[in-house]
Design a protein around this ligand. Structure first.
Ligand code: KPL
Length: 315
């Protein structure tokens, strides 16, 4: 028998992170539904389920997968795991899932999604989820664990007392699923802390077609990583955002912790998809231009990825 809808969680987008979170949450007694805009893939995953590869082990998880949000219906918890370029077209399709009591957790990298979410007239409460978990999609519905990482959760805008209690329960649910999670009052600082990591890792791994850990083993890439992160940190400081100290060391630590991971941007480039570059190095460049600060390394990384995208998207 199916659980009541109040136990249902909808995960939007069966990409690497969406699949990883779905498989982790299958360990709780919640009913996991995956919403996929691609109805053929949805039918395939509904039939074959999701597979997690971790430490040489394969675990299989049957989940409900559909392309029709109405089949899922209103749920208390929605994980929005599509990449930021797909956000605008995805938000209107979520309306059947959302009520004023729903929490919508947005997992996008960078900062490009913030104005889109703030400007969307959604009936629910929006939560930003910032994670350094690593995940690689190795086939439809098949995800390889790419490294442990903590997740920070915090509200995009004002939140009611009920929403605050619901978010504490989400953090508890994460712990039950074996994931590290905490609720933050200043989530914007965490968004920028993560942005700085993505600024240093994502474009460089995509340009050099290498695993995250490789950036540490090459003097040249390490110098670019350092310069890009320091430029972005200077923008955060100019904006009065209280990022954590030592952003370069933190970025290097993430490279180490996810050393065999293929960054999400490299996965996108290999899959010939639009990347999140506009919301990462592109957003740093945009903020810098507004502030009249020069960020040549971020500008060069932005231009290189746009060049790669142009090569395969125009075909
Ligand atoms: O967030 C990531 C990504 O690939 O987008 C990191 C943390 C760099 C892991 O690969």
């Amino acid at each position: 028998m199916r659980d009541t809808p109040s136990k249902r969680i909808a995960i939007v987008g069966p990409g690497a992170l969406g699949c990883l979170l779905a498989t982790a949450l299958c360990r709780t007694e919640r009913e996991i539904w995956v919403l996929d805009h691609d109805s053929r893939r949805a039918a395939l995953l509904q039939h074959s389920g999701l597979t997690l590869e971790r430490a040489g082990r394969l675990d299989h998880f049957p989940v409900q997968v559909t392309a029709d949000a109405k089949l899922i219906g209103p749920v208390p918890l929605v994980f929005l795991c599509v990449k930021s370029p797909a956000l605008r077209r995805t938000l209107p399709t979520l309306l059947p899932l959302l009520t004023k009591k729903s929490l919508l957790l947005a997992w996008q990298n960078g900062i490009g999604h913030l104005p889109v979410l703030s400007g969307a007239k959604l009936p629910c409460t929006v939560v930003l989820a910032v994670t350094s978990l690593g995940a690689n999609l190795v086939g439809p519905g098949r995800v390889r664990f790419g490294g442990k990482g903590a997740t920070s959760l915090g509200f995009l805008g004002a939140a009611s007392q009920d929403a605050k209690s619901a978010l504490q329960e989400v953090a508890e649910l994460f712990r039950m699923a074996g994931l590290e999670a905490r609720v933050e009052t200043n989530i914007l600082a965490q968004v920028w802390n993560k942005l700085l990591v993505n600024v240093g890792i994502n474009a460089l791994t995509a340009i050099h077609d290498c695993e995250n850990g490789e950036l540490l083993r090459n003097g040249e890439t390490l110098a670019v990583l350092r310069a890009a992160v320091l430029e972005a940190a200077s923008i955060a400081q100019a904006k009065g955002i209280s990022i954590d100290p030592d952003p370069v060391e933190r970025t290097m630590a993430v490279c180490q912790a996810t050393s065999t991971n293929i960054s999400s941007m490299l996965q996108d480039v290999r899959g010939k998809r639009k990347t999140e570059i506009e919301g990462i190095n592109g957003a740093v460049l945009e903020e810098a231009t507004r502030l009249g600060i020069s960020v040549p390394v971020n500008a060069a990384l932005f231009a290189s990825i746009q060049g790669l995208e142009k090569g395969y998207l125009s075909k």
